[in-house]
Design a protein around this ligand. Structure first.
Ligand code: APR
Length: 231
């Protein structure tokens, strides 16, 4: 069975209503990264950081997967599929994808500030500023902040390296080390990019097909073709 890896960014969730980061109306146009997405921010203005993730978590509760997430889940009926996502939402899982690796953490989890292995699911959307973990340390969002290690990166490289087909959806490929994953495809892998914009594909070595469509239209179209080619 052919192995397909789907590497996604915020664009795959845009048509579900979640803001991307670097589009004109993106999150980084509304907030400064250094105020809400760095370890220093968590020390300097903890309340703002907790509020930023509480707001995104609350929004997620009324957000649904879109046709792109559903089509990616559908692929699993015909291929060996793994999703490597930069997204912290759970829309891939809710659409039915069963193997999802979150490079940058998960909105619906918190972790001990002392022990990064002590990860707990959050009930509802609101983390209280003084919530503590079982080890007594304060809890923090289970999110990889800028400047922090990306623990799942090595695992992601192994996954991408085994892909026969790599589908890149809705990422500007602007953030490292995530963006460098495209360098680790095997020489025979087929690459597809689904994005209405122009992601930075300078690191891409393999021949690539760019489907300049929004994910909600482009991904189902590509999935239909890949399944039809099996017959
Ligand atoms: N369908 C497909 N792609 C879309 C859509 C859509 N409807 N709308 C926007 N896009 C594309 C944009 O053209 C862009 O290429 O999605 C990409 C969004 O890029 P970013 O906003 O930079 O998001 P992402 O690449 O996921 O950011 C990577 O940066 O801030 C950090 O940790 C954060 O995981 C995030 C990382």
């Amino acid at each position: 069975m052919k192995k397909i890896v789907v590497f996604t960014g915020a664009g795959v969730s845009a048509e579900s209503g979640l803001a991307t980061f670097r589009d004109a109306d993106g999150l980084w146009a509304q907030y400064r990264i250094e105020d809400v997405c760095t370890p220093e921010a968590l020390v300097r203005n903890r309340a703002l950081v907790i509020e930023f993730y509480n707001k995104r978590r609350k929004e997620l509760l009324t957000t649904l997967p879109n046709a792109a997430h559903t089509a990616i889940a559908e692929l699993e009926k015909h291929f060996d599929v793994e999703v490597v996502t930069q997204n912290v939402d759970d829309l891939h899982e809710r659409a039915g994808s069963t193997k999802v690796l979150h490079l940058h953490g998960e909105l619906k989890k918190l972790r001990s500030e002392r022990n990064p292995e002590l990860i707990v699911p959050i009930e509802g959307w609101e983390q209280q500023i003084d919530d503590r973990a079982e080890d007594g340390a304060l809890l923090r969002p289970h999110i990889v902040f800028f400047g922090e290690a990306v623990p799942m990166y090595e695992r992601a490289i192994e996954i991408v390296n085994r892909a026969d087909i790599l589908i890149i959806v809705g990422t500007s490929l602007a953030v490292y080390p995530a963006a460098s994953l495209v360098r680790y495809t095997s020489s025979h892998a087929q690459l597809f990019v689904v994005d209405p914009g122009e992601p930075d594909c300078s690191a891409v070595r393999n021949p690539m097909v760019h489907i300049k469509e929004k994910a909600g239209a482009g991904v189902p179209m590509l999935v239909e073709k890949l399944i039809a080619n099996l017959k």
